[in-house]
Design a protein around this ligand. Structure first.
Ligand SMILES: Cc1cc2nc3c(=O)[nH]c(=O)nc-3n(C[C@H](O)[C@H](O)[C@H](O)COP(=O)(O)OP(=O)(O)OC[C@H]3O[C@@H](n4cnc5c(N)ncnc54)[C@H](O)[C@@H]3O)c2cc1C
Length: 549
C-alpha cells in the first residue's frame, strides 16, 4: 500500500473545469489536456510528458499547463486551489533516471511546466553569479556567458539540456568547484501554495544588493524548505559560479585493483578537505571505462553481453582492462589555480597518490599566462566530464548500449562516508545484487570532502522494467541496513526512502506533514514529492493498511 494509492480524489469534472479556466488564462496552446504533447522536446523530437524510461502508466500525468510569468503561476495556483487539482512542478522536466516529468500520483496530477519562463535575469561577472528563471537550461546560461565573453565557468551536469533551477532544487550537481548546486544556490523567489510571493535570504528586503551574495538573510533561513520539496514553486534562483582560472589541468588517475577503491577514495577526499582539489572527483569502474571508451573492438566485445538477461562477466572486463592497460577504477577531476600555483598542486597530487601500487596518472595541463583567464571553449575545448563547464548531451549515448536505441537507465544514489572503506563494502553488496539481477554495474561515484554519492547507474531496456523495480527494492533495503539513504530518488521510491527516516517516531516526516498542512492545506503542490503528503492522505493510508491486515 503506497501513500499515493489513497490520495486520488480529483474528479474528471474538476480537471476539465481547471483546464478550461487555465486555457482562458494561458491560451489553448499552453494547456495540454493529456500527457501526449507540450513537453520540452527530446533528442527524437518527442514532447510527451511522463517518465520516458517507463512503459507503465503509474507516473503518467493527466495533462500540463505552461505559464510564462510569475503572475500566471500565481493565477494557476489559485485555480488549482479552487478546483482541488494537484500540480507537479517541473522546470524543464528532464529529470531522467528519477522519473522525468512524471508525478508520484499518475493519472490525476497536472504538470506545472515552467520551461517558458526562460529569462536570465542577471549575470554578474565580478561576483560570479547568475539569477535565472526555471526554463533557463545549462546550455542557455553557458551560451549567454560566451556571447558576452564573460570570464566565468558555470557548472553543468553530465547532460546540459536540463534546467539550472530545476536541477538545483532537486539537489543535482555538476563538475566545477561550484558543482554542488544546492550549496551554491543563493537567493530564491517562490510562489507559495496560497499564491503569495516570497523572496528568501537577503531578497526579503526590497532592492537589497546582496540577494545572490549572502544566503543567510536575517532570522530564520527558508531556502532549505524548497529543495526536493512540495512547499512552493521556485520562480527565480541565484546560482554562484566558478571564475575562469588562469591555469588549469585535468587529471585522470587509474588504479589497477578492485580493492584500490579504498585508498583512491580516501586520498581524494583528504585532498578535498585540504582544499588542494577544489571540485568533486568522479569515479568510474572498468565497466564504465570500457563503455565510454573510443575503442571499437572493446565495444564489440561488450555488445556480445549487453542485452536483456545478461551482463558483462568480470573475467571479460579483466581481460579488456589488462589488454588496454586501464585501471579497475579511474578518478576524474581538475585543478583550477593561478599560473604560479599549478605546478606545485600537480606535484602534491602526484605525491599523494604515489602510495597506490600500479597507479597511473594522466595530466592534461593548461599552464596559462599571468593575468589571462582561460576561455573554456577557446583555450580548453569540450571534455568527457565537463570540468570546465561546457555543456553536452553526449552521455545520452550510453542508453543505446544495451541492445540498441530505446534504452533507459535508473540510478541508486546512496550517500556514504568518504574513507573508501564504507564505499567499498557497499559497492560489493550492490554489485552482487546488480549482477544477480543480470544487469551491469556502472559506477558513477562522486567524491566530496565529507561524503561520497555512490551512484550505481543501471542501463536497461523497457521490457526489463519490472526487474529494475525488484532490484531497486533490494538496493534500498540493503543501503538502509548499512546506514545509508539516497541523496535523490525516482518518484516511485519517494515513499520508500521517506519511510526509512524513523528517528524519534519519524519526527522528520511528522514535521514535514505539519508544514505541508499549514502551507498547502488543499494539497495542490506536488503531492508525494519526497514522501511528503497532507495528513488526511497519511491517515487514509494508515486506515487502508489496517483494513488490509
Ligand atoms: C546520461 C545522464 C547523465 C546525467 N548526469 C547528471 C549529472 O551529472 N548531474 C545531475 O544532477 N543529474 C544528472 N542527470 C539527471 C538529470 O538529467 C538532471 O539532473 C537534470 O538536470 C534534471 O532535469 P531538469 O533540470 O529539467 O529538472 P526538472 O525535471 O525540471 O526538475 C527536477 C525536480 O526538481 C523539482 N523542481 C523543478 N523545478 C522546480 C521549481 N521551479 N520549483 C520547485 N521545485 C522544482 C521538481 O521536484 C522536479 O521533479 C543525468 C541524466 C542522464 C540521463
Amino acid at each position: 500500500m503506497t501513500l499515493s494509492s489513497s490520495s486520488s480524489n480529483t474528479t474528471s469534472d474538476a480537471l476539465a473545469a481547471f483546464y478550461d479556466e487555465a486555457a482562458q488564462l494561458l491560451g489553448d496552446a499552453n494547456v495540454s489536456r493529456d500527457h501526449l504533447t507540450g513537453n520540452v522536446k527530446d533528442q527524437a523530437g518527442r514532447d510527451v510528458y511522463g517518465d520516458p524510461f517507463s512503459a507503465q502508466d503509474v507516473n503518467q500525468p493527466a495533462g500540463a499547463v505552461r505559464p510564462a510569468t510569475v503572475e500566471e503561476v500565481q493565477a494557476i495556483v489559485k485555480l488549482a486551489n479552487k478546483h482541488r487539482v494537484a500540480l507537479w512542478t517541473v522546470s524543464r522536466g528532464k529529470n531522467l533516471g528519477y522519473g522525468g516529468s512524471g508525478p508520484v500520483n499518475g493519472g490525476v496530477t497536472v504538470v506545472l511546466d515552467l520551461h517558458r519562463m526562460n529569462k536570465i535575469i542577471e549575470i554578474n561577472e565580478e561576483y560570479c553569479y547568475a539569477i535565472v528563471e526555471p526554463g533557463v537550461s545549462f546550455f542557455d546560461l553557458y551560451e549567454e556567458i560566451q556571447r558576452r565573453e564573460l570570464k566565468l565557468w558555470p557548472s553543468v551536469p553530465a547532460i546540459g539540456w536540463g534546467s539550472v533551477l530545476g536541477n538545483t532544487t532537486d539537489r543535482g550537481f555538476g563538475y566545477t568547484p561550484n558543482g554542488e548546486h544546492s550549496e551554491n544556490q543563493c537567493g530564491m523567489e517562490v510562489v507559495l501554495p496560497n499564491g503569495d510571493l516570497l523572496r528568501t535570504g537577503s531578497g526579503a528586503m526590497e532592492d537589497n544588493k546582496s540577494w545572490a551574495l549572502y544566503k543567510g538573510g536575517f532570522g530564520p533561513s527558508f531556502d532549505g524548505l524548497f529543495f526536493q520539496s512540495n512547499y512552493g514553486i521556485v520562480t527565480k534562483l541565484g546560482i554562484q559560479m566558478t571564475p575562469a582560472p588562469e591555469a588549469y589541468a585535468t587529471i585522470e588517475i587509474d588504479v589497477p585493483r578492485e580493492e584500490d577503491l579504498v585508498p583512491l577514495t580516501a586520498t581524494l577526499s583528504d585532498l578535498m578537505r585540504r582544499s588542494i582539489i577544489l571540485n568533486s572527483s568522479s569515479l568510474a569502474n572498468i565497466f564504465r571505462i570500457a563503455l565510454t571508451s573510443r575503442v571499437p573492438e572493446v565495444h564489440a566485445r561488450l555488445a556480445q553481453y549487453m542485452k536483456p538477461g545478461s551482463f558483462v562477466p568480470d573475467d571479460v572486463l579483466e581481460e579488456i582492462r589488462v589488454e588496454q592497460k586501464w585501471g579497475f577504477w579511474r578518478s576524474y577531476f581538475a585543478l583550477y589555480s593561478s599560473v604560479e600555483m599549478l605546478p606545485g598542486i600537480i606535484k602534491t597530487v602526484q605525491r599523494a597518490f604515489s602510495h597506490i601500487k600500479g597507479v597511473n596518472i594522466v595530466i592534461r595541463e593548461f599552464a596559462g599566462e599571468p593575468g589571462h583567464y582561460l576561455s573554456a571553449p577557446k583555450d580548453v575545448g569540450e571534455e568527457e566530464i565537463p570540468h570546465n563547464g561546457i555543456p553536452t548531451i553526449m552521455p545520452l549515448g550510453i542508453l543505446n548500449s544495451r541492445g540498441g536505441p530505446g534504452g533507459a537507465h535508473t540510478c541508486f544514489s546512496p550517500v556514504i562516508p568518504p574513507s573508501g572503506r564504507e564505499l567499498y563494502d557497499w559497492y560489493l553488496t550492490a554489485k552482487q545484487r546488480i549482477t544477480d539481477a543480470k544487469f551491469d554495474f556502472f559506477a558513477d561515484f562522486h567524491v566530496y570532502p565529507r561524503y561520497v554519492v555512490g551512484i550505481a547507474l543501471v542501463i536497461y531496456r523497457l521490457e526489463e522494467e519490472n526487474g529494475i523495480y525488484d532490484l531497486l527494492d533490494h538496493l534500498l533495503h540493503d543501503g538502509a541496513q548499512q546506514g545509508f539513504f539516497e541523496y535523490r530518488t525516482h518518484v516511485r521510491y519517494m515513499d520508500t526512502v521517506a519511510s526509512k527516516l524513523k528517528f524519534n517516531n519519524s519526527a522528520h516526516m511528522r514535521f514535514a506533514t505539519l508544514l505541508k498542512d499549514t502551507l498547502d492545506p488543499n494539497g495542490i503542490l506536488s503531492p508525494g514529492k519526497s514522501g511528503v503528503w497532507n495528513s488526511e492522505v497519511v491517515r487514509a493510508t494508515k486506515a487502508l493498511k489496517a483494513a488490509a491486515l
